[in-house]
Design a protein. Structure first.
Length: 608
């Protein structure tokens, strides 16, 4: 079949996204490639369409059983023959899969890197392989942020199967990592296809200096404003995931923790409940996410600042994979910066990790469009602000904070630059803590000079001062604070300093406007239907969502595999009243049109 026909028949789309067609044609010509696309950017279609168009079986290397299961279920729901070889299978199931591969009837076979290495002399050497697709390829690189040893051995594929093309795919990889992937996999004449990292459907927001209690108040209001929306809260530690999940449950929110300290069964059950919309919120460490293709995650919150922009971008990318609007919120504090800096300094790649943390801080501390910072990190520039981040929507207000800066820096100088930040706050507030009294800091001229400012506000101002380079924390010398030359200029009156006004009025997260609750759908020409105004009916959307859930329960599929939220938004906008019209909705292929069309059209007709 011609590749455009495959796209329409199995996936329900009329046209390809940028780079997809070129990648597919390159693979079908027998060439290697490196594909860099953001999460939700359409990587899977790049190898799934060649798999359907070429004779034989495409082998997809994937790191997690749960991710393989998601992909296989999605393909089967589109009428495509696919399977996974993994430890969850029975011996009989493995025999059936192997036989289909031998007969050339299995179009896509998913395996882990460990399983692949075992099967090279056995199954793989006795079947017709059309393509190797290496997913999450950043795991190959020594510079990758999720290194997995077995990936480093995948260079064997070139030696054992020299004529089979290899496609390496990942969502995030800097220039060094990309070069490393090409070298390790021994890719030949390998073009690099780098798609835009812009995810305009994601709203980007940062909250600075919140204490845990204030974070929880914000999160509770945030979730209550989105009662039907699934989301992930990423935390730095296992303990925090448990604490946040427990706190939410006491407030009536259906939330569960997910971290490496739980048993495999507990993690698997949590993931399945989340995929099936039985749990609204998962509070997780970074262990969660790579193994899930759930397209209707509507928000991601970072309870703590991540260690790098790569990690942050992958994690927020799990929201809004279907292209519908989604929200992201990042909390960060001076405590996060100190802890992450210590992690970076004690790592085996101190210089690299410190640089990555610095770039993450620049994003969090920015007073310019956040999307431009993200895109610039991935070597992509845009000439305009996004209008969909907190800086664009609410530019920070500033005031002359020279006096506050001089108070803080003077306190540092008078301690001979030996005090930690927490002690500086105690000095400014006039607090006679054990450290202050023991060191005699209560006798300093600056003791109590800032007692009218709250501890929380001082912590915020000190964070801003550190961001602007007025002082440094010397981590390898007891985390003492040292005034910089720029700080000396302010301290001695040679320069002034602007600080951001602290806004404590944002504890109540406002409910989304109607514009955010609905989705503007591009006009689609459907025979027999008049043009729409492009705005969905939210009540019909909810009715369609309920029907989707019923269909999913009948087939034991997660709801998003039946249809994505974006498809439901389009149905609630276009309101097709025949099965033929139903098939014109983007994302509905022939298989799903025949399978679900009658039921969904009947609901729309009844609603109208």
């Amino acid at each position: 079949m011609e590749i455009h026909s495959i796209l329409k028949r199995f996936f329900g789309y009329e046209s390809f996204r940028p780079n997809q067609l070129e990648i597919i044609e390159n693979a079908m010509s027998g060439n290697d490639s490196l594909v860099l696309m953001p999460t939700g950017g359409g990587k899977s279609i790049c190898y799934q369409i060649p798999a359907l168009a070429l004779p034989g079986t495409t082998i997809v290397v994937s790191p997690l059983i749960s991710l393989m299961k998601d992909q296989v279920e999605t393909l089967k729901a589109n009428g495509i023959e696919a399977a996974a070889l993994n430890s969850d299978n029975t011996a009989d199931r493995d025999t059936i899969i192997r036989r289909k591969c031998m007969d050339g009837d299995m179009k896509l076979l998913y395996v882990s890197p460990e399983k692949l290495l075992i099967e090279i002399p056995y199954l793989l050497s006795h079947i017709h392989i059309s393509l190797f697709a290496i997913d999450e390829a950043h795991c190959i690189s020594q510079w990758g942020h999720d290194f997995r040893p077995e990936y480093a051995q995948l260079g064997q594929l070139r030696e054992r199967f020299p004529s089979v093309p290899i496609m390496a795919l990942t969502a995030t990889a800097d220039r060094i990592t990309r070069h490393d992937i090409i070298t390790q996999l021994k890719l030949r004449n390998c073009p690099e296809y780098i798609s835009s990292f812009d995810r305009p459907n994601l709203n980007l927001s940062v909250k600075r200096g919140f204490r845990d209690k204030e974070k929880m108040a914000f999160i509770l209001n945030f979730i209550k404003a989105r009662p039907f929306d699934a989301g992930i809260i990423y935390c730095l530690s296992r303990k925090t995931t448990e604490k946040v999940a427990t706190s939410l449950r006491t407030k009536g929110i259906n939330a569960l923790p997910y971290h490496a300290g739980l048993s495999n069964q507990e993690r698997s059950e949590t993931q399945e409940k989340f995929k099936n919309d039985e749990v609204q919120v998962v509070c997780a460490t970074i262990a969660f996410g790579m193994g899930i293709d759930k397209s209707n995650i509507r928000w991601v919150i970072h309870f703590n600042m991540p260690k790098s922009i790569e990690s942050f971008y992958q994690e927020i990318g799990r929201a809004g994979r279907d292209g519908a609007p989604a929200d992201t919120v990042l909390f960060y504090s001076i405590a996060d910066i100190i802890q992450l800096t210590e992690f970076a300094k004690s790592s085996g790649q101190q210089e690299v990790n410190m640089d990555k943390l610095k770039r993450m801080r620049e994003y969090a501390e920015s007073s310019v469009c956040r999307r431009r910072i993200l895109l610039n990190y991935f070597n992509e520039q845009t000439a305009h602000d996004c209008g969909n981040c907190d800086v664009c929507q609410n530019p920070p207000q500033r005031f002359d904070g020279t006096q506050y800066v001089q108070m803080a820096l003077s306190a540092m100088k008078r301690t001979d630059e030996q005090a930690r930040l927490s002690t500086i706050t105690e000095i400014l507030k006039g607090m006679r803590s054990a450290t202050v009294v023991k060191k005699g800091y209560d006798q300093l001229k600056t003791f109590g000079v800032g007692r009218d400012i709250s501890v929380q506000d001082w912590n915020d101002y000190l964070l801003q001062m550190m961001q602007m380079g007025f002082f440094e924390v010397v981590y390898n010398e007891g985390r003492r604070t040292v005034v910089t030359p720029l700080g000396n200029d302010v301290l001695f009156g040679r320069k002034t300093a602007q600080l951001c006004v602290i806004d404590r009025s944002i504890k109540q997260e406002p409910k989304r406007s109607q514009k955010r609750l609905t989705l503007e759908i591009p006009a689609i020409t459907i025979p027999g239907l008049p043009p729409t105004n492009g705005i969905e009916d939210p009540r019909l959307f909810e009715a369609l969502r309920q029907l989707r859930r019923i269909c999913a329960e009948e087939e034991n599929f997660p709801p998003y595999i039946v249809f994505s939220d974006k498809v439901l938004h389009a149905l609630a906008t276009q309101k097709p009243t025949t099965v033929e019209q139903f098939g014109f909705i983007p994302g509905i292929g022939d298989y799903k049109r025949k399978k679900y069309g009658t039921r969904f059209v009947a609901l729309i007709q009844k609603y109208i």
